[in-house]
Design a protein. Structure first.
Length: 376
């Protein structure tokens, strides 16, 4: 191309741009460098309406809207019906138009204000079905059957493959259209979200930071902490009755295992007379959500409650006990052995229950508070 372009070429480039053609396409077709095209567009910017600032996505969306509007207009023109026409007449003409495969059921029914379910029922009842409608009816029934038999797992592509095995050569797009019209949606995309929601519903917080109860053995709270002795962790599991803040069960173990939790609960449950109507609250640690422990609680008639994820304040009573134990006892000692630590835990819990007054109990000890309740 010469270095100097005629004015007509410049105007043609600008007009192409105004018509919505991309700069890359204009440059390639006319063999004009990108920079030159952009410079001419800038020079003629005042001639270009701001309303033409469309992205390709906006242009495609508008094109689809226009195509749908034209479809609806042609449907109405073909049917020559008005809204007051009898439903039976509208259904007959809808079926006739649908046979040519030009329009979707959505478009036809929306244009003439007919429910899709009503339209399908009409098709199924027609004695003089065309071969096309018979095939579509059979296809719809097969798609529904395959979808249901595979527990809603399959999308259009897999259903198309199974249809091919039954002798139906149809495209994925056609299967997808049928699935949309039957309102069938594969569950695969929602599977994880649905699973997490179900798990969340199963792990309910029945306490909701309401740490007061009317009687003993109504709500127990539990947690696990560890303390290193000679550089090896020892795990302490406790169970506390919210009514009196009394530590009613505890065990020390070298392992943070499900057995630690189950054995602590079993011993405590028997010691407290296997109470009825009990709620057991904890965090969501692996030991507490394990199948073995949840089954143990269920078989014991105990409702399980969980703190919300990342919310230690939901189990504040147990957390506070551990903080108090470490501050008043463990951090003040030097343990030479596991046995020393176990003895320290035993002595402190006895002190905590029998001699340490609690502000939440009107400065009574947990043991005394329970004793007063028993005398009522």
């Amino acid at each position: 191309m010469p270095n100097k372009y005629p004015e007509e070429i410049k105007k043609q480039v600008v007009q192409f741009y105004k018509d919505g053609r991309p700069v890359s396409e204009i440059s390639k077709e006319l063999q004009i460098p990108f920079g030159t095209v952009y410079r001419w567009i800038d020079e003629y910017r005042s001639c270009i309406s701001n309303d033409l600032d469309f992205t390709p996505a906006k242009f495609k969306a508008l094109s689809r809207q226009l195509e749908r509007a034209n479809h609806l207009l042609r449907i109405i023109q073909l049917s020559k019906l008005i809204d007051e026409a009898p439903l039976r007449k509208r259904l007959e003409i809808l079926a006739g138009i649908y046979e040519n495969e030009t329009y979707s059921v959505h478009e036809l029914c929306d244009a003439l204000n007919v429910a899709r379910g009503t339209f399908y029922n009409h098709i199924f009842r027609r004695a003089n079905r065309t071969e096309y409608l018979k095939k579509q009816t059979e296809l719809m029934l097969l798609v529904q059957q395959i979808f249901d038999e595979n527990d809603q797992r399959f999308g259009a592509e897999k259903i198309r493959i199974i249809l091919a095995e039954h002798g139906f050569r149809v495209g994925t797009k056609n299967v997808s259209k049928i699935m949309q019209e039957l309102d069938l949606h594969s569950i695969r995309s929602d599977a994880k979200r649905s699973y997490l929601k179900r798990q969340e519903n199963r792990r309910r917080n029945l306490v909701q930071q309401n740490f007061t109860t009317e009687r003993p053995n109504q709500i127990w709270v539990s947690d696990i902490t560890y303390f290193k002795v000679n550089n090896y962790p020892l795990y302490l599991c406790v169970i506390i009755d919210l009514f009196s803040r009394k530590v009613i069960g505890y065990k020390v173990s070298k392992n943070q295992s499900t057995h630690l939790v189950t054995s602590t609960f079993k011993h405590t449950f028997e010691e407290r007379g296997t109470p009825n109507g009990l709620i057991f609250h904890s965090d969501r640690g692996g030991q507490y959500i394990s199948g073995a422990f949840t089954k143990l609680l269920r078989n014991s008639g105990v409702q399980q409650s969980f703190s919300a994820s990342g919310r230690p304040c939901d189990n504040a009573v147990a957390e506070t006990f551990f903080a108090t134990f470490k501050k008043e006892e463990a951090y003040r000692r030097t343990y030479s052995s596991e046995q020393d630590y176990r003895k320290s835990v035993e002595q402190y819990i006895e002190f905590y229950n029998e001699k340490r007054p609690h502000r939440s109990l009107a400065y009574k000890t947990p043991a005394h508070f329970e004793e007063l309740f028993g005398k009522k």
